[in-house]
Design a protein around this ligand. Sequence first.
Ligand code: AMP
Length: 444
Amino acid sequence: MTFATLGLIEPLQRALETLGYQTPTPVQAQAIPAVLAGCDLMAAAQTGTGKTAAFAVPLLQLLTMEGPKVAANSARALILCPTRELAEQVHASVAEYAQHLPLTTYAVYGGVSINPQMMKLRKGVDVLVATPGRLIDLFRQNALKLNQLQTLVLDEADRMLDLGFSEELANIYRMLPKKRQTLLFSATFSDEIRTLAGQMLNDPLSIEVSPRNVAANTVKQWVVPVDKKRKPELFVHLMRKGRWKQVLVFAKTRNGVDALVDKLQGLGINADGIHGDKPQATRQRALDRFKSSDVQILVATDVAARGLDIEDLPLVVNFDLPIVAEDYIHRIGRTGRAGNTGEAISLVCADEVNMLSAIEMLTRQTLTRHMEQDFEPEHRVPDTDASGQVVKKPKKPKKPKASGGGGKRNLGKWVDSGEVAPAEPSIKPVRKVPVFNTGPRKKK
Ligand code: AMP
């Protein structure tokens, strides 16, 4: 199969050829004809499978072939992304795909001055990539009208809801024309998101190119059990032992990112960090320096690292496991992209066993454990498997207090020696999915 057989016009074929895209990826092969046919789409695809081109390329073709010229302060297509970095990245790809087309493209996001964005929108843009908050600001300040909108794309839709954008999305929906094409893309789909998508989309075509919630099989994944306090030391040890050159490291919190970066820099290691508290320009600079290999270790929180496309990234390290199991798939999806191989190592302490169990259940695999010599944990990480069971060692049975004597009677259950203690509840729900309040379903 070629891009020509999917019905793409010559200027798009030429752009893809320049980028070295020879054959469509599975998600592209399914999505491109469906989008060209005008269908609403709900697509679940693994990260790094080429989903940006899957929505952007046919969208650009439709804008070229159909619809009026863009009016002042208007957009004909809107691509919503959860983070600024992803908006920049998606826009860069869209601009490359559109290089031989008579279309304009632009990205708007928060954290930078709104005035240049307002100026730029004056003439209107064919494709606008935006984060939800800034889009609403621009709309409210009359810098943007959406009545000419033909197509809406929600990229990483589940993540937008996870990040608490449900209210913004509900507001944006109210601004949109009823007659439009809507494409919902995401690497992972929880059942809640599927239900909600069913309300937002009009008779959508569902595309699922890989089993649900399965990480790219080109990524070799393993776990190193360790005590929490020894994680920094283990990281440095593994880094030196493995002669790691370019590593993206995920930590749970902003403080965690800063602490690890300080520790590494203190050891003379070339490290930088990105998280939501840092100004946009600083984040972008750190990312650019990491991409060009001027920075060896980039430590990030999930928010900052979402959707980043780093060419040939060999290794992702989970310094902390993510609180939401789906984020594990997103994290390790930064490596092993576009058919390359990659490695993902998770440093796991006893506190994180429920998260490990949730990840194994979600990805339907038991992660291989490697015990690192001299780092064997004092607090054992209980065994886990893909069934979601956390196997705790039976506790020593307590001896029953002698009854009688007028004291408080122990009415609790106790176990004889040899009888296994009752199983712990398996995994706890790790996070509630925020409720998406779109109000009553509107008829399109
Ligand atoms: P994405 O999933 O959109 O972030 O894409 C992941 C990577 O795959 C990006 O570096 C794309 O440039 C690349 N890519 C997308 N489609 C193709 C294709 N058909 N052939 C080769 N590389 C591709």
